[in-house]
Design a protein around this ligand. Structure first.
Ligand SMILES: NC(=O)c1ccc[n+]([C@@H]2O[C@H](COP(=O)([O-])OP(=O)(O)OC[C@H]3O[C@@H](n4cnc5c(N)ncnc54)[C@H](OP(=O)(O)O)[C@@H]3O)[C@@H](O)[C@H]2O)c1
Length: 170
């Protein structure tokens, strides 16, 4: 099972403003995410990301099973393409494998990313670096401490001001 993390971020590592706003990511970032989600056919997202994507009208993401990780109970209005689970990261990956997929796409936010990173479960990372700075907000991996080394697979421009870094986790 390969686990890919795909995130739009500021150069200083924020994925959302303090109020949860991440609407500043570029269309190219969104399109890149959609492409990866259609390839993997599944995405895993934390509750806050689910709520924010619902608020913005992006939920559920099309062409993929949307797996929302939460301890809360939500009514599933969408059917079998949406799954709510309170499983732990490794159990979620087993579930994704049982669904018949060989790749899992992590879609944030920071807390969910951190829980997978802490267990060394992430294999590849796409970071779309957006041309915007702010000093407070939600970080790529929340406030959680962990460390890993990266190998650069590719760096490319997505548009004039957005750079995509594609890493392998060593
Ligand atoms: N820029 C981007 O590309 C991008 C992408 C995605 C998200 N975002 C932004 O990120 C923000 C949300 O990030 P966030 O860090 O606040 O929250 P999050 O990771 O989306 O959600 C965290 C919540 O998910 C639940 N959860 C259950 N199991 C978990 C586990 N193993 N690990 C982590 N969380 C688990 C917990 O809620 P319960 O209490 O229900 O268990 C937890 O409070 C949003 O504002 C969104 O817009 C940005």
């Amino acid at each position: 099972m390969k686990v890919i993390l795909y995130m739009g971020t500021t150069p200083n590592g924020y994925i959302a403003k303090e109020n949860g706003d991440s609407e500043w990511v570029s269309d190219e970032d969104l399109n890149g995410f959609y492409e990866e989600s259609k390839k993997a056919k599944n995405i895993i997202l934390g509750k806050n990301t689910f709520l924010e994507a619902s608020r913005q009208g992006y939920f559920p993401f099309p062409g993929a099973v949307n797996i929302v990780v939460t301890h809360q109970t939500f009514e599933n209005k969408w059917g079998r393409d949406v799954v709510f689970t309170d499983k732990k990261p490794k159990e979620i990956l087993s579930m994704v494998e049982e669904m018949g997929f060989d790749t899992a796409l992590l879609a944030g936010g920071g807390m969910l990313n951190a829980s997978f990173a802490q267990e060394g479960l992430i294999d590849e990372i796409y970071l779309d670096i957006e041309p915007l700075l702010f000093g407070k907000g939600i970080r790529l991996f929340g406030e959680t401490d962990f460390a890993c080394e990266l190998e650069l697979i590719e760096a490319k421009n997505l548009n004039k001001n957005t750079v995509q870094l594609h890493y392998k986790v060593v």
